[in-house]
Design a protein around this ligand. Structure first.
Ligand code: FEO
Length: 397
């Protein structure tokens, strides 16, 4: 993928990763990109690098514009390895005059690469540097996505180089939001938010307030993954505002893992109850649903009804995996209920309830446990549970 001039003298010089499918547990079914940007000015500046393994793509792209050894400055907006693993090789090749990073960025670069003698230049929110005709302002964005993260803002162009924030894991030959289907793009942006940014939603709210307060004018948002927001920067800011408020819709999910279909029968009955009450309901069998797709649906769902058969005094392993993943992402404002079949001990429902309580879900009911195979009466109780959850949700949204 050749370089793309995104604004006069500012180039995308990143790499497309068509083949990645797992990003630390997140299923990236459409691959991703590692975006790096080269700004040509009196001080030629490279913003971020790409993942190791894509060195050839980065250097080839830079060479189409300039001899990489002419680069003066390197900005490290984020130290996670998908953006910084080539910093040592770039530093060696380029011998930059300065490497700009946040204070935590310096700490984390040292902790990753153990190199004291790089020309670190620590910057903080409000600092700006002149590159010649253009200036760059820095905004620290701790925990979006790591403690070291920061944005680089180029006021003359109203360009925000936003690191992980506002990204999508989506590999395309197109580079801009207006070149692809907006609903596809927003779907991937939502999946990215739910699987990466969600635990830091409070910080997103603070950041958006800060952006408003300092009156940051933004015409283009260039994240480090996926497409650049050229036509619709306001749209993704609006979505981040909505997603980070974690407001729930009148939407419920039934998520289950089943051993011999009894828990599945219960799930179907619960769905029936939800549908009878008019809630938008979706059912996920963990045998065929990936955790990261479920979390995407959790983002705006108001209720989660979670079921597992009991196996060896616990829940089924895929349910344990999902709940472990979900707990780390800290979804808020959910109603919860549990269900499941068992043979002789039946701990799964209690264990699911405990985890939902840890996640501060409003657990509506002790849950439904059925020994071996549900009777018609058991299934009727499941329908009633679906109805109860839907009615409670209706009052809440
Ligand atoms: Fe794309 Fe947090 O790294």
């Amino acid at each position: 993928m050749p370089p793309v001039e995104i604004l006069k003298d500012i180039y995308w010089v990143g790499a497309i990763d068509w083949n990645i499918r797992d990003f630390h547990g997140y299923s990236v079914d459409r691959g991703t990109s590692y975006n790096a940007f080269l700004l040509m000015d009196d001080k030629i500046t490279l913003f971020d690098t790409v993942k190791k393994g894509f060195k050839g793509n980065l250097l080839e792209n830079i060479r189409k514009i300039i001899d990489p050894t002419k680069i003066d400055y390197v900005v490290v907006n984020h130290v996670e390895m998908d953006h910084s693993s080539l910093v040592p090789e770039i530093a060696e090749l380029v011998q930059p005059e300065k490497i700009f990073c946040s204070e935590m960025g310096k700490k984390n670069l040292l902790a990753h690469f153990h190199t004291e003698n790089w020309p670190y230049e620590v910057v903080k929110t409000g600092d700006s540097i002149s590159l010649g005709k253009r200036t760059v302002q820095f905004i620290e964005t701790r925990m979006l996505h790591w403690p070291d993260s920061m944005f680089s803002y180029i006021p003359g162009d109203r360009l925000l180089i936003s690191s992980d924030a506002f990204g999508q894991h989506l590999a395309t030959t197109e580079r801009f939001d207006d070149e692809v289907d907006l609903s596809l793009l927003l779907g991937h942006a939502a999946k990215y938010y739910a699987n990466i940014i969600l635990p830091y939603s409070n910080l997103v709210q603070k950041l958006l307030a800060q952006v408003k307060e300092i009156n940051l004018a933004v015409d283009m948002i260039a994240p480090d993954h996926g497409l650049i927001w050229r036509k619709n920067p306001g749209k993704i800011l609006e979505c981040y505002d909505e997603w980070s408020q974690q407001r729930s819709k009148f939407k419920a999910l039934v998520i289950y893992d089943t051993m011999w279909h009894s828990t599945e029968m219960m799930a179907q009955a619960i769905m029936e109850g939800l549908v009878e009450e008019g809630v938008s309901a979706r059912s996920f069998d963990l045998a065929v649903s990936h955790r990261s797709d479920i979390i995407t649906e959790v983002l705006d769902a108001g209720a989660l009804i979670i079921g597992s058969s009991t196996l060896n005094n616990g829940m089924l392993p895929q349910m344990a995996d999902l709940l472990h993943y979900m707990r780390g992402l800290r979804p808020a404002n959910k109603i919860g209920a549990a269900f499941g079949s068992y043979g002789w001990s039946g701990e799964a429902v209690k264990l699911i309830n405990t985890i939902m309580e840890e996640m501060k879900f409003r657990v509506l009911d002790p849950g439904i446990r059925v020994q071996y195979v549900p009777t018609q009466d058991d299934l009727k109780k499941c329908v009633d549970l679906g109805r109860k959850v839907a009615r409670t949700l209706k009052e809440q949204v």
